[in-house]
Design a protein around this ligand. Sequence first.
Ligand code: SF4
Length: 126
Amino acid sequence: MGVPVITTDYKPEPWLHAMHGMEREPEKGRRCQACFLHNLRATARKAKEMDIPWFTTSLTVSPHKVAADVFTAGQTASRETGVQFLAEDFKKRDGFKRSLELSNQMHLYRQKYCGCLFSLRVGDPV
Ligand code: SF4
């Protein structure tokens, strides 16, 4: 059984606004912390809107993401919305290796940078 995927319209302006002044921050810096919070807030709000009691994120599967920083953002979004945050470090128990195996099996594209245009410019790892 598959998991339904919910997407939103691509609207980069609010994210760019939230990152203002942190454009040149390195990976794991203040910009990434603000990015985690921005995106996890949106996830928590959507969960609340849909009456879903828990939310989490696959961000922690990356060895380049500090799980404690992701958890801080998730817990803030949880306090703001009342939706429970599952703080799970998915890179544990070879989670990153497994993600590579699965994405290879499914022929998924894996980009060579984290995802934002700033990480593309400075070549931050995924
Ligand atoms: S997309 Fe990645 S590199 Fe860019 S701000 Fe967010 S976490 Fe940091």
